[in-house]
Design a binder for this molecule. Sequence first.
Ligand SMILES: NC(=O)c1ccc[n+]([C@@H]2O[C@H](COP(=O)([O-])OP(=O)(O)OC[C@H]3O[C@@H](n4cnc5c(N)ncnc54)[C@H](O)[C@@H]3O)[C@@H](O)[C@H]2O)c1
Length: 356
Amino acid sequence: MHKTKIIGAGSIGNHMAYACRKLDWDVTICDIDEAALDRTKNDIYPSRYGSWDSNIKLALNSEVETENFDVVIIGTPPDTHISIAINELKNSSPKVMLIEKPLSTPELENLNELEELAKSKGTKLCVSYNHTTTANTLFAEELIAKGILGTPKSINVQWLEHWGGIFGAHPWLAGPHDSYLGFYKRGGGSTGEHSHCLNIFQHFSRVLGMGEVTEVTATMDMVDDGQVSYDQNAVIGLKTENGLVGSVITDVLTSPAKKAVRIQGDKGFIEWYVNYKNGFDAVIYQSEGSEIVEKLFEKTRPDDFQNEIEHVGEILSEKIEFQKSPISFETGLQTMKVIQAAYNSAMNKQLVQINQ
Ligand SMILES: NC(=O)c1ccc[n+]([C@@H]2O[C@H](COP(=O)([O-])OP(=O)(O)OC[C@H]3O[C@@H](n4cnc5c(N)ncnc54)[C@H](O)[C@@H]3O)[C@@H](O)[C@H]2O)c1
């Protein structure tokens, strides 16, 4: 039973708590805001998962700041992640620290300090790109390993989702101006909030042996009215170390949502979907000379996080070689570099190179 502290009693904090409790881990959720702790116990957790779990401890940050935990999960707004993570590591030495996506703001401030501190404490840092651990992704990886694609030619990602759903899950927010969501500099906007889209492109590029992203061009539709400042639509062109060219399109406009990856090879294709149908992720694929196959993966919203927490358990028990984990700090950092490059490209209307 791993002793776990979840910082941030909001939407993701509750999902993480539920996933940890399903593995019978010892869970403490803390927050700076007493109202958020009350909301967790009396509203979010029971309404999502049926009833409150009285084994979960609730605390203010200050009450558990110096206590040691095996796992610390940081589920607070992006512009607080790095200072909270550094503060935690100054006060304690968790074995694993899982930081929510996006890792930081596009400024990428203090990431070296965090990495050095984690190394000195022996803490394995992870970034919570949970879609790299779900069943549809693992299945697509098996198909790639079997060689059904032949030579990979392109990856194109669409991560199009109106953010009404996010505000539906946060009825206490008055709108984008009321949180980080309405500010790209704080990690909001479509590129920050939907950064899974870049991360999954990068994940499949690595799996295909096409390497890290080295070139970025982006065009964005910015909403900048004095009250908010964010990209509501972003079209991002990417090139990788080994020459693969592809795209990522993301917005906070499209309803119903579409979250899909198309990987094209010279002998076949793979399409990967989140919520392809209500209650199902999917992979659709074809190899040369064969029929198109549609494979569905039944899941609920809590399932989106279950594999990831099991993966964290395997990192703790060293069943997984941490350096190769799809949620390692390095992978989350690579996504931040592309987010930063995308904003630079869109603002300055130029191609941006990332030195690898
Ligand atoms: N992996 C995913 O699919 C996924 C899904 C949802 C959210 N997220 C990410 O999780 C993070 C939080 O999002 P959310 O929707 O849960 O936000 P939220 O607003 O619902 O909750 C954030 C909570 O953090 C608390 N908080 C703020 N500063 C704090 C501090 N210094 N110490 C302790 N608590 C603090 C707030 O009081 C609030 O209760 C974001 O980075 C978001 O992108 C990821």
